[in-house]
Design a protein around this ligand. Sequence first.
Ligand code: ADP
Length: 261
Amino acid sequence: LEEQYRQSQKMESVGRLAGGVAHDFNNMLSVILGAAELSRRKLEEGEPIDAYLEVITNAAKRSSEITRQLLAFSRKEVVSPRPLDLNQLIRESNKILARLISEDINLSFTPDPGLWLVSIDPSQVDQILMNLAVNARDAMPNGGRLSIETRNLRLTGDCSHVHPDAHPGDYVQLTVSDTGQGMDKATVEHIFEPFFTTKELGKGTGLGLATVYGIVTQNRGFINVYSEPGQGTVFRINLPRLADQADGASGQEQAAPALSG
Ligand code: ADP
């Protein structure tokens, strides 16, 4: 719990800081970009210095992209949760996801046809899917399988073995798994921290999973991660079932070991 508290404090201060800095920083970047592009126009084609200016331009563009992500992370977006069928949303996102990953990654979706509804802002689910898909893609540079699954989950009794944040009740479980490079235990411990990244400079911001974590906890859900170096990674996201929908419908009782969360 203390760890969770520290995590959310950290997220909050990071958010405030980021929001303040990113805006000014972005203005300076457009000055750099503009000046570099003007200089390039003044040069004759093929002058050696043009290559340096191109490096400046590309780095500034990449920096703009990072500040854009920072702003998105820090912004307290107004969310409007509504009853949502995750299966339907995933089907609608499928094309975008397929375009996001490379051709030698096989994308599959296995929906539970009797899936319960959840209450969440659809754009938040999109963000979860995008971030997990991008990470899966980066973990599978030589191709592999990206599988998305949904199912109902009913937790009863003491469920602290499932996750410290898990309470008895009905959940809709979204599983996103890949056959990529996986992670060792030390890495898994840090993945939800803002700015934690193992990707090379300029490739990752370390904000993807911090965003996912924020969305899941905001919606009173919990997330488990199972990963094995060389084997792949499984993210299991559990969102509470839409409250007034509960009837006697059957869910699977389950007790998977919680590795992290
Ligand atoms: P970023 O993708 O910008 O690095 P994230 O917060 O999305 O930031 O991820 C943090 C780190 O978690 C990644 O740098 C990577 O080391 C690890 N990671 C996340 N998803 C996966 C995955 N599917 N397979 C292997 N490693 C992963």
